[in-house]
Design a binder for this molecule. Structure first.
Ligand SMILES: Nc1nc2c(ncn2[C@@H]2O[C@H](COP(=O)(O)OP(=O)(O)OP(=O)(O)O)[C@@H](O)[C@H]2O)c(=O)[nH]1
Ligand SMILES: O=C([O-])CC(=O)C(=O)O
Ligand SMILES: [Mn+2]
Length: 590
């Protein structure tokens, strides 16, 4: 449609008139274009070449030390009506927000190149995919968008055909934390981001489009845009169940999506297929099941802790053609972070490594890599129809109370489990780390509208004809009195996923408790694990007094979303609280 191209060109002209770049470059997404950008960034120091013998095609980017994570206090959702934004987001009047941003963008690209990036979130031919155009003055952003999205000519052709796209405008500006804003205008399907070059703030296809704007599109169009990994679990009979799991930032999505089965499982023929590690878009199919796509084409993963023992698939993926951000470097110029063998000589800021300065790699240092480089990348990840979801999993970092796994009795109870999620904060956002906060569906920083409406949207999927996935809650992060994790986690999490699949297939009875169905102790396959009976009992115990306090806190938290809180959700919280009243003081599932 010529008119869409004209609208796009008109917008690009308007932005150029405001930002006044020396040049405008329309990205076609080719390898030659990527190479040229890399050469230019190597020449001006934006990228540093890593050891090309050990890590061909790998480069390091060091960001400004004040610009290493998402900035939630500077991230705004500007609905025309403040009420639509909800207490879960920061708000500014859209007219005021545009004026503030346009003043910052005024002349900000002088002497620089302005890049126009057409991109598609999701397989290029999928009806579930959605397109956008990001305008940026950062070649680092272009290179990352090339890896993380389907970027360039094909996306532009789809945009011209489809007639709509999300508009994203970005400039790194002066990297001044006082002049930094990430603003969203859901009603206009528009994003404006200024003053940060960091992933979640600057790669606008990711959190800004695929979660904050897309959650609004999803509500309007009847689907879900979620902060979830998607993983396929293939059993020895060759049947694959797909599971979508929402964990907050830096709480294990990439790890679960690339899980390596424990030895015994591998011998039996279990396989794991990676479909996505961060974002999931899903909608009901004709058969009533939910079908999911991963809108991304790459991984922007947490580096620290990634090792041959924790996540060998990630390590293999990033052996070549990877952009590293804020990692340390060894004497022979290999990328390094805490958790890898060897020693760093240069820290993430480029200083000689000195433990007195803290970790060598920034705790939120990241790798950007094409998903195709992952050894377990699922062929189904490119499927236009998406994959059918058998189970939805919620989970967070909870050092106490929350059991290893529990299953919701029905959809409404599952939505309550998601809404009630809590987790200790991590280095993925600026601010204190290790503080317990509610993070409903792992979407606290990403739900682009009022949480009360969002919960109602979730509940609305339970309708006649729906064949909804079962909902579970997991906690890999329970700690013992010695402060150590009780559960080994990582590959061994498959033992818990197997139980979920058995539940989905009607092959495990479980034990019903007031908080949900837990595995009977003999239903988890634990051979080859050093886990004593007492620890297992602790992982599966239901502490009634602790849960009564938790339910009261959940009720209070939910009330914060009144009057938009769905009555059904509050009633569900009361139902669980009442069930606890009637229960014995300690219900050990084991
Ligand atoms: N104890 C324990 N830690 C885990 C487990 N899985 C992941 N982690 C830790 O979680 C952190 C990072 O998790 P990732 O998988 O990279 O996080 P993510 O959820 O993909 O995060 P974002 O990309 O920020 O959305 C690291 O510190 C890991 O060591 C687990 O099963 N047990
Ligand atoms: O968006 C980012 O910068 C990285 C990420 O996945 C998150 O923080 O959840
Ligand atoms: Mn994330």
């Amino acid at each position: 449609m010529a008119s869409t191209l004209e609208a796009l060109e008109r917008w690009v002209d308007e932005v150029a008139a405001l930002t006044r770049p020396a040049k405008v470059h329309w990205c076609n997404g080719s390898e030659d274009e990527y190479r040229a950008l890399v050469e230019q960034m190597l020449a001006d120091g934006t990228l540093v070449e890593l050891n090309q013998a050990t890590h061909p095609g790998c480069y390091l980017h060091r960001s400004h030390p004040s610009d290493v994570a998402r900035v939630e206090h500077l991230t705004l959702v500007c609905h025309p009506d403040q009420d639509d934004t909800g207490p879960n987001n920061h708000w500014m009047d859209p007219a005021e927000a545009h004026a503030k941003m346009d003043a910052l963008f005024d002349g900000c690209m002088e002497g620089r190149t302005m890049y126009v990036i057409p991109y598609c979130m999701g397989p290029i031919d999928s009806p579930l995919s959605r397109c956008g155009v990001e305008i940026t003055d950062s070649p680092y952003v272009v290179a990352n968008m090339k890896i993380m999205t389907r970027m360039g000519a094909a996306a532009q052709a789809r945009i011209e055909r489809e007639g709509t796209f999300v508009k994203g405008l970005h400039s790194t500006g002066e990297l001044d934390p006082e002049r930094r804003w990430i603003m969203h205008f859901p009603a206009e399907r528009t994003i404006k981001s200024y003053g940060s070059g960091y992933g979640g703030n600057a790669l606008l296809g990711k959190k800004c489009h695929a979660l904050r704007i897309a959650s609004n599109q999803a509500r309007d169009e009847g689907w879900l845009a979620e902060h979830m990994l998607i993983v396929g679990i293939e059993n020895p009979r060759g049947e694959t169940h797909y599971i979508a799991a929402a964990f907050p930032s830096a709480c294990g999505k990439t790890n679960l999506a690339m899980l390596i089965p424990p030895e015994g499982y591998r011998q039996d023929g279990w396989k794991v297929w990676t479909v996505g590690d961060d974002i999931c878009w899903m909608r009901p199919g004709a058969d009533g099941r939910l079908y999911a796509i991963n809108p991304e084409a790459g991984f922007f993963g947490v580096a620290p802790g990634t090792s041959d023992s924790s996540n060998p698939n990630a390590l293999k993926s990033i052996a070549h053609d990877t952009i590293f951000t804020n990692v340390a470097v060894t004497a022979d110029n290999q990328p390094w972070w805490e958790g890898l063998p060897g020693t760093p000589v240069t820290d993430w800021q480029g200083r000689p490594y000195d433990p007195a300065n803290g970790p060598a790699a920034h705790p939120n240092s990241r790798f950007t890599v094409s998903a195709r480089q992952c050894p377990t990348w699922s062929p189904k990840a490119e499927d236009a129809q998406g994959v059918p979801i058998s189970a939805i999993v919620f989970g967070g970092r909870r050092p106490s109370l929350l059991p290893l796994v529990m299953e919701a009795r029905d959809w409404t109870h599952g939505v309550l489990m998601g809404a009630a999620m809590g987790s200790e904060t991590t280095a993925a956002a600026t601010g204190a780390v290790g503080v317990l906060r509610r993070d409903s569906m792992a979407m606290k920083p990403f739900a682009g509208y009022h949480y009360g409406d969002y919960f109602a949207h979730w509940l609305s999927f339970d309708r006649p004809g729906a064949k909804l996935p079962k909902i579970f809650h997991v906690n890999w992060f329970r700690k013992g009195k010695d402060g150590k994790f009780l559960w080994p986690g990582f590959g061994d999490n498959l033992r818990v996923l197997e139980w979920m699949i058995a539940r989905v297939e009607g092959k495990a009875r479980g034990v019903e408790t007031p908080i949900g169905t837990l595995p009977a102790a003999n239903e988890l396959k634990l051979d080859g694990l050093k886990l004593d009976a007492a620890t297992l009992a602790e992982l599966l115990a239901v502490d009634r007094a602790g849960w009564q306090a938790e339910l009261a806190a959940i009720g209070e938290y939910l009330d914060g979303f009144a009057p938009r809180l769905p009555a059904a959700l509050r009633a569900e919280q009361r139902r669980v609280a009442d069930a606890l009243e009637d229960a014995a003081p300690e219900t050990a599932a084991a």
